[in-house]
Design a protein around this ligand. Structure first.
Ligand SMILES: Nc1ncnc2c1ncn2[C@@H]1O[C@H](COP(=O)(O)OP(=O)(O)OP(=O)(O)O)[C@@H](O)[C@H]1O
Ligand SMILES: [Mg+2]
Length: 288
């Protein structure tokens, strides 16, 4: 690693007591091990990062890097062994209830009720969040996530992508200031991914802070204001896309004819639903 890399990699505020005012999430020295028969598995070995209010932050890492562990700790589902973190200004260790009131979490695996219809799931969450006008909120979200046609069908009949969209829609109810999305687009087709991306951008535009984990580098590239890479228990890089790409400047300039990506071909053939045209997917039609 050269000198230039070293300068960019830490990218944390110089002052460790930097004010939390502008940070929706602030993580310092987070450690977590899981008990195992022989040796404990040290998953997080001192994780530090900040997420600015109203920004989109992508946490990247290989399978098993500890992304879900970080999300679960920050959403108070799991206790850290060491370190501190604040979410929406509240300490995750001592102000768990306030943290939970300020966040929503879409876990890695869909948490929707199969027996209920999509609409009933949404209305249920609105009630749990003590919101008036639950029916109106549900209908607006169904429309936004293109689930209106399937609204009155049991979720057990939904495709994987539809479940995922419903799960994300459920997490947006009540406009929580901080939103955790653990691999929100895994298993989604390109149109559904684009829909989720649009929704995430809108949320951030309205002032919500989004921390998402992803395996897709292009997702982080398109969506995130800042990208951090979790590797071997630590954040080994953290910066904007421009900052990260500057770490590895191209060795030489090459002129190549640009071919469309497979994703562009796919979207051209089936229609980019996120841009308004219909995909004609069978999943959009009510089962009879
Ligand atoms: N409850 C648990 N008990 C024991 N080990 C666990 C537990 N939860 C996670 N682990 C282990 O901790 C490591 C990190 O898991 P984690 O789910 O946080 O990774 P991840 O980055 O989210 O991976 P993926 O990309 O596959 O979702 C893995 O090796 C996993 O097997
Ligand atoms: Mg995970």
């Amino acid at each position: 690693m050269n000198e230039q890399h070293r300068q960019v990699l830490p990218m944390l505020p110089d002052d460790p007591d930097d004010s939390t005012a502008d940070q929706a999430i602030r993580v310092r020295g987070l450690e977590k091990s899981y008990k195992q028969k022989k040796e404990d598995l040290r998953v997080l070995r001192g994780v530090d990062f900040d997420v600015a209010r109203g920004s989109i932050f992508a946490l990247l890492g290989s399978n098993g890097a500890g992304k879900t562990t970080v999300v679960n700790i920050l959403s108070t589902l799991l206790k850290a062994d060491a370190g501190t973190a604040t979410v929406a200004g509240f300490d995750i260790a001592t102000q768990g209830a306030q943290v939970r009131e300020s966040i929503s979490l879409t876990g890695q695996f869909a948490a929707v009720d199969e027996i209920l219809t999509g609409r009933e799931n949404l209305v249920l969450v609105a009630r749990l969040r003590h919101l008036k006008h639950g029916a109106q909120i549900a209908d607006d979200l169904l429309d936004r996530f293109q689930l209106t046609d399937a609204a009155k069908r049991r979720v057990s009949t939904y495709s994987g992508g539809m479940r995922r969209r419903l799960d994300i829609a459920m997490s947006l109810i009540g406009n929580p200031p901080v939103i955790f999305l653990d691999e929100p687009t895994t298993g989604l087709d390109p149109q559904s991914r684009a829909e989720v991306w649009n929704s995430v951008r809108k949320l951030a535009g309205q002032g919500s802070t989004v921390l998402l984990t992803t395996q897709y580098l292009d997702e982080a590239e398109h969506l995130a204001d800042r990208i951090a890479i979790l590797h071997q228990g630590r954040i080994i890089a953290n910066g904007t896309l421009a900052e990260l790409t500057r770490l590895f400047p191209p060795a030489k300039v090459e002129y190549v004819e640009k071919q469309p990506t497979l994703e562009e071909v796919f979207l051209a053939i089936v229609g980019d639903k996120a841009n308004g045209s219909s995909s004609g997917r069978p999943e959009d039609e009510e089962l009879r």
